[in-house]
Design a protein around this ligand. Structure first.
Ligand SMILES: *C/C=C(C)/C=C/C=C(C)/C=C/C1=C(C)CCCC1(C)C
Length: 240
């Protein structure tokens, strides 16, 4: 069966291929979310339009990558690790920009944005090293990546981003809190998927599993959910 799929590299999905199915659903979900965010733009004034636009860009960039990743999976039955990380390295920094945009009302500076972007890039590049370049040292690179992830979590839950959110108060504080939970719980699915799909000391604790299924589910939750929180905040502010 795999051999046939290899011969026919025209991105045919086997109906029993559940991993491929999650790539397929991912495409649709990201596309639908992008249409939703983009088509809603005209209802917002300038101040909130940028935030919703960025939500749409995040899901749109993901939609394009999911098209590639779905085809790559169907043709090779292999993880599209490279496309995966290109997607993340574009979309995760945009999520950091979202934090900055909503906290601007409380005087957030671009230095906060660049700090978060820098941390997210370190998290992703070291993760890529562990997953694709230095696979023998996946645990080590994963730990370095996890450290950067931890600093991001600290920054938004307890650091200067948290202080700005408290200063902003009201709807912004509430939205910030929900986004914090996304980063703490939703983003934690990624290191779990990484441990399911790479070799390391954790193999005895974390069951082996398909890394792409974990990543695809996490992407849908985090990219679309995160965008909807921003959208809901913009709607509330617009009405006020
Ligand atoms: C839309 C894509 C998102 C929100 C991707 C987030 C990715 C992560 C939070 C990845 C984190 C990782 C670790 C914390 C350690 C192991 C390596 C990674 C890159 C999977």
């Amino acid at each position: 069966m795999n051999f046939l799929l290899l011969l026919d590299a025209s991105s045919k999905l086997d109906p029993t291929d559940y991993v491929g199915f999650t790539f397929f659903v991912g495409c649709m979900a990201m596309m639908a979310a992008s249409a939703f965010f983009f088509l809603s733009l005209s209802q917002f004034d300038k101040k909130w339009r940028t935030s919703v636009l960025v939500s749409g860009l995040i899901t749109f960039i993901a939609a394009v990558h999911y098209f590639y990743m779905r085809d790559y999976w169907a043709a090779n039955l292999e993880s599209p690790t490279f496309f995966r990380y290109v997607d993340w390295v574009l979309t995760v920094p945009l999520m950091c920009v979202e934090f900055y945009l909503i906290l601007k009302v409380a005087g957030a500076k671009t230095s906060l944005m660049w700090k978060m972007i820098g941390l997210s890039v370190v998290m992703l590049v070291t993760g890529y090293f562990g997953e694709a370049v230095f696979q023998d040292q996946a645990a080590l690179w994963g730990a370095i990546s996890g450290l950067a992830y931890f600093v991001i979590v600290y920054e938004i839950w307890l650091g200067s981003a948290k202080k700005l959110a408290v200063a902003a108060g009201g709807d912004v504080l509430q939205a910030h809190k929900i986004l914090c939970w996304f980063v703490l719980v939703g983003w934690a699915i990624y290191p779990l998927g990484y441990m399911m799909g790479t070799d390391g000391w954790y193999n005895g604790i974390i069951p082996a599993g398909n890394i792409d299924v974990a990543y695809n589910i996490a992407d849908a939750i985090n990219k679309i959910g995160f965008g909807l929180v921003i959208y809901a905040l913009a709607v509330k502010k617009q009405e006020a």
